[in-house]
Structures are given as structure tokens and as C-alpha cells.
Ligand binder design. Structure first.
Ligand SMILES: [Ca+2]
Length: 224
């Protein structure tokens, strides 16, 4: 499925496109090549945490329940691109019609209804939930709405049953209407926990107020 991916020796968050590259001049870009443990360690250091999948989606919708995108139902309202995704013949040529071929600095497109940038496209974001394809089906089985769900207790991906995967959300600059339309707000991705890539980062949230449980209405946007 991902036959166009290759392993780049020496690529890491400080050297995002390989050992010869560095992050000088990329201070406004989302951090990439981050495994789940890296993201988690950063959030702990910053006294924050990763969002659950439910918190992430609540925040991404920005108050627009039931719509296809974080900004509404049209991909290009008024002919204007609303996120950094992929245009052109995938994966041969990224035309960059949205202004960016490849990754973009943060906040180059309008914020959503909650003032959050880049909830679609640019880079995928780690969520704290374990990945199972049947998460939603299992919840629906009981017919009762679940409040602030924390995700399943264990991971399971039938495609790779021995791998432990967490949820990815948001899609990336590689998502295109020809192949991966996961810049749509209700869609999800998945990733093995030790695997980073050049289109996967994360966003922190912080639990606030007197409540012991976090809620997405105090989600803070900070894409490092
Ligand atoms: Ca683009």
C-alpha cells in the first residue's frame, strides 16, 4: 500500500529531510519524525498531554457538528483552499495549488470555529487512543452515548495484528482526493507507536479548571 515510502537514514526531528538538513529556518514548521513516546515525553515535560481522539475531533469541528470539513461542507469555498493538502497526480507531482508543495509552516490557512489552526492537512497528529477499527462500532452496540471516551484498553489492527498502534488524526500534505481524503474531519488514521515520518507530528492539550477530567473545551492549540 505504501510502496512509495522509503527509509531515510539519519532523518529525525532535528534533520527532517535527512542528515544534511536542519531545522534552522523551519522554526514555524510542525515538528515531524516523532514516535509516540517522543510526543508523550514532550507533553509531560511541558505539563500537558496528548488529546484523546474524541477531544481531538471535538476541537477540530470547532462547533460545526456534522460537517465534512473543519470549515464546512465544501472543499474549496469560493475557490479558496482551506488546508495544506496535495494537488496533482499522486504521488508523482505535488502541484502545490494550495500554496505549498510539501509541508507548510503552521497557521497558513484560516483557523476553525474555535480559533485552532491546521486541524486538517499539513501533518497528521498523534492521539492518545489505542487504534482499533471497531472502536465506534463497539460503542454503538450499546446504544448509549459515551461521554468523553478515552479509547479502547488495547490496540488491534487486523491488517497487522502484532503491531501496537495509536490513532492519528487530521491528514497531511500528502492527502489527496485521489487517494487519502483524511483531511475530512470525521476520518482517522493509525500508526505503529515507534514509527515516525515526515508527515506526522502532534499537538498538546492541557486539562484545566476544577474538573478532574479533561474536556475539549479547554483544549489549547500548540503545535510545536
Ligand atoms: Ca499542498
Amino acid at each position: 500500500m505504501f510502496q512509495w515510502w522509503r527509509y531515510e537514514k539519519g532523518a529525525n526531528w532535528r534533520h527532517p529531510t535527512g542528515p544534511e538538513s536542519d531545522i534552522k529556518g523551519r522554526e514555524k514548521f510542525p515538528v515531524v519524525h516523532i514516535a509516540y513516546a517522543d510526543a508523550e515525553a514532550y507533553t509531560k515535560w511541558a505539563d500537558k498531554r496528548l488529546p484523546t481522539e474524541a477531544e481531538w475531533e471535538f476541537a477540530a469541528r470547532g462547533g460545526r457538528a456534522g460537517e465534512v470539513y473543519t470549515w464546512g461542507n465544501e472543499l474549496k469555498p469560493g475557490g479558496k483552499w482551506m488546508a495544506n493538502i496535495y494537488q496533482g497526480r499522486f504521488p508523482i507531482k505535488d502541484n502545490g495549488d494550495d500554496g505549498f508543495a510539501g509541508i507548510a509552516p503552521v497557521a497558513q490557512f484560516p483557523a476553525n470555529g474555535y480559533g485552532l489552526y491546521d486541524m486538517a492537512g499539513n501533518v497528521w497528529e498523534w492521539c492518545s487512543d489505542w487504534y482499533r477499527p471497531d472502536t465506534y462500532a463497539l460503542r454503538a452496540q450499546f446504544g448509549v452515548p459515551v461521554r468523553n471516551p478515552q479509547g479502547p484498553d488495547t490496540p488491534f489492527d487486523p491488517a497487522e495484528p502484532t503491531e501496537k498502534k495509536r490513532v492519528h488524526r487530521g491528514g497531511s500534505f500528502l492527502c489527496t482526493d485521489q487517494y487519502c481524503t483524511r483531511y475530512m474531519v470525521g476520518t482517522r488514521g493509525k500508526g505503529e507507536v515507534s514509527t515516525g515520518s515526515n508527515h506526522l507530528g502532534f499537538r498538546c492539550v492541557k486539562s484545566g479548571g476544577p474538573r478532574t477530567q479533561a474536556s475539549a473545551d479547554n483544549t489549547k492549540a500548540s503545535k510545536p
